[in-house]
Every structure is written in structure tokens, then in C-alpha cells.
Design a protein around this ligand. Structure first.
Ligand SMILES: *[C@@H]1O[C@H](CO)[C@@H](O)[C@H](O)[C@H]1NC(C)=O
Ligand SMILES: *[C@@H]1O[C@H](CO)[C@@H](O)[C@H](O)[C@H]1NC(C)=O
Ligand SMILES: *[C@@H]1O[C@H](CO)[C@@H](O)[C@H](O)[C@H]1NC(C)=O
Length: 307
């Protein structure tokens, strides 16, 4: 009986989750700088002790209370579409156990603070905000990152080569970020990437980057990046490649005659300068294919999908 009573007490205590006092202060500092209203010292700032399955949520703080002595630490902050109009808080650094930060689709301005270089973040989403300025090279020091999304902001300058230091990165999403090309060659160091999405690069254009080392790529989107050169033949050997979008570039030459080595489901090549016949392998797959009216030339709207 006594044992059951004690276990009950422990469970009750476990439900009353509250982060360590210094982390409460850090959370309030974070809220103030983000423009997040309504948080205070007297409320339960941890909503949950388990991470959401898709690592995203609208309005949630997740704590881990499995630390020695039952101490809870903040491991995730999700504030998606919360109309936040502040800036990115340097106090994130004061949450040493924070692994996931999602601030998708707010009105946040400014840039990524230097203090974030000291974090152990694994997923970071600041996409769809009003962030400005050059992407700082120190972002490349958060080597724990496996997911980085900074898309749809108003950054300027080039994508810094330091991002090649993010060796654990699986997803890199920087579509329409405001950047000027070229794509840094250090991207080839990100050999664990499965999803690489870059679009709308400004500037004079450049050669198609060498991505041969990223052998496990599944989703490759390099659209409207002003890339020139031939269709990279090594893409046909990438066994996991499922979606390929190289639309709105200046690729020339013909498509490879063989593309059997992978599981390609969708390919977008709209608006390039490709020439030559549409290869047989496109017909062999169960495709919906928008083909040319001009047999020897790909039209503007050439697309292929086997979905
Ligand atoms: C998390 O807690 C905050 C503060 O109590 C609350 O405003 C928010 O709605 C909660 N989120 C969820 C998903 O329950
Ligand atoms: C919570 O912390 C414990 C102890 O450090 C760790 O073993 C566990 O993996 C953590 N859980 C999550 C979801 O981070
Ligand atoms: C990244 O890829 C390398 C091989 O290129 C592999 O040894 C390593 O385990 C991978 N890391 C992760 C986190 O998957």
C-alpha cells in the first residue's frame, strides 16, 4: 500500500512539470524578445513532456523531466504562426538542453544572434519571417543541427561557405531567402543531406554545383538559381532520389538516356535550355508527361511525373 502511495505521489509530482528556475527566467526573456504575450512565472510553462511526432507544433513548450532528481529542462519551443513581431532572442543560449526551436511563419525581424552558435540545437526553423542581413558564418558552428530551415526571409548576400560545417545536416531549406548565388562549393561536404532545397538565387548565375558526394539525396530542389551546364549525369545514380526540381535554370544539352538507378517520382525541368529527344525511360515509367510540340526540343513547360 505504502509503495503504491509513494508511486502515486511520484506520478503526481511528474505531472506538475516546471522547468528549472533559471530556465523559467530564460523562457520569460525569450518570450519578451519574441513579442510573445501571456507567459509569466506563475503558470506552467511546460505544456508537454513528449515531443510532437513531426517535430512541429503551433504553441508549445516541451520539457524533459527524466533528469536526475526529477529536474525538468526545456528541450523544445514551438511557436508557429503566433503573430510574433519581435527579434530572435539571444537568451536561447540560456536553455542548454534546448534541441528544437520552431518559429515558423511569424513577423520576426533582425538576424540570428551570435549566442546561438553555442547552442546544441538539432532542429531550427525560422522560415517565413522578416529576417534581414547577411547570414552569419557562425550558424555553421551549430554542428548538432540535422534540420535547418531559413526559407522565405529577406536575407542578403551569399549563402556562407561555413554552412558546410553542418556535417549532421539532413534537411537544408533556404528557398526564397533573398540570397545571391553562387551556391557555395562547401555544400558538397553535407554528405548526410536527404533534402536540399534552394531557390530564387539572385545574381549572375553559376555552374551547377557538384553534389556527387550527397549520395543519399531524396528531394533535390534547385529552382530559379540561374544554374548553367549540362544535366548532371551522376543524378541518375542516386538511388534514393524521389523528387528532382531543376526548373527555371539555364541547363543545356540533352537528358541522360538512362535513369534506371533510382526511384524518381517527380521531375520538374520547366524553363531550361535542354535540347534533344525525350528519352525512352520517361515513357517506360507510368508517367504523366507534358511533352513537346516540337519533337527535337523541350518546351518551356516540360515536366514529368510518375506519381
Ligand atoms: C501551452 O501553454 C501555454 C501557456 O499556458 C498556452 O497558452 C498554450 O495554448 C499551450 N499550448 C498547448 C498546445 O496546449
Ligand atoms: C530526456 O532525458 C533523458 C536523460 O538525459 C534522456 O535519456 C532522454 O533521451 C531524454 N528524452 C528526450 C525526448 O529528449
Ligand atoms: C553521415 O554520413 C557519414 C558518411 O558520409 C556517416 O559515417 C555518418 O554516420 C552519417 N551521420 C549521420 C548523423 O547520419
Amino acid at each position: 500500500m505504502l509503495l503504491m502511495f509513494c508511486m502515486g505521489a511520484i506520478n503526481l509530482e511528474a505531472q506538475d512539470v516546471s522547468p528549472a528556475p533559471d530556465e523559467v527566467e530564460a523562457l520569460l526573456e525569450v518570450a519578451t524578445q519574441l513579442g510573445k504575450k501571456g507567459w509569466n512565472r506563475n503558470m506552467k510553462l511546460c505544456n508537454d513532456t513528449i515531443l510532437p511526432p513531426k517535430l512541429e507544433a503551433d504553441n508549445k513548450v516541451v520539457c524533459n523531466c527524466s533528469f536526475p532528481g526529477g529536474v525538468c529542462h526545456v528541450i523544445a519551443i514551438y511557436l508557429k504562426m503566433q503573430d510574433l513581431d519581435g527579434t530572435l532572442p539571444k537568451a536561447i543560449e540560456k536553455l542548454p538542453h534546448l534541441k528544437h526551436l520552431g518559429l515558423w511563419a511569424n513577423y520576426l525581424s533582425g538576424n540570428i544572434p551570435p549566442e546561438w552558435a553555442n547552442t546544441k540545437l538539432e532542429t531550427l526553423s525560422v522560415g517565413v519571417n522578416n529576417l534581414k542581413g547577411k547570414i552569419p558564418g557562425y550558424l555553421g558552428r551549430i554542428t548538432t543541427l540535422s534540420y535547418l530551415n531559413i526559407q522565405n526571409n529577406m536575407f542578403s548576400g551569399t549563402v556562407p561557405p561555413e554552412l558546410g560545417g553542418l556535417v549532421n545536416l539532413k534537411n537544408l531549406e533556404i528557398q526564397a531567402g533573398g540570397f545571391t548565388g553562387p551556391i557555395p562549393s562547401s555544400i558538397s561536404l553535407l554528405t548526410n543531406l536527404t533534402d536540399l532545397k534552394i531557390s530564387n538565387l539572385l545574381g549572375d548565375g553559376s555552374e551547377f554545383p557538384n553534389l556527387e558526394s550527397i549520395a543519399g539525396i531524396k528531394y533535390l530542389l534547385l529552382s530559379n538559381c540561374n544554374l548553367s551546364g549540362k544535366f548532371p549525369i551522376y543524378l541518375t545514380r542516386m538511388a534514393q532520389l524521389k523528387i528532382l526540381d531543376l526548373s527555371f535554370n539555364r541547363l543545356n544539352g540533352s537528358l541522360p538516356t538512362n535513369f534506371d538507378g533510382n526511384i524518381l517520382e517527380k521531375m520538374y525541368l520547366t524553363r531550361n535550355m535542354l535540347t534533344g529527344p525525350i528519352p525512352d525511360w520517361i515513357d517506360k515509367r507510368d508517367t504523366r508527361c507534358w511533352k513537346s510540340d516540337y519533337p527535337s526540343q523541350f518546351p518551356d513547360s516540360f515536366q514529368y511525373s510518375s506519381a
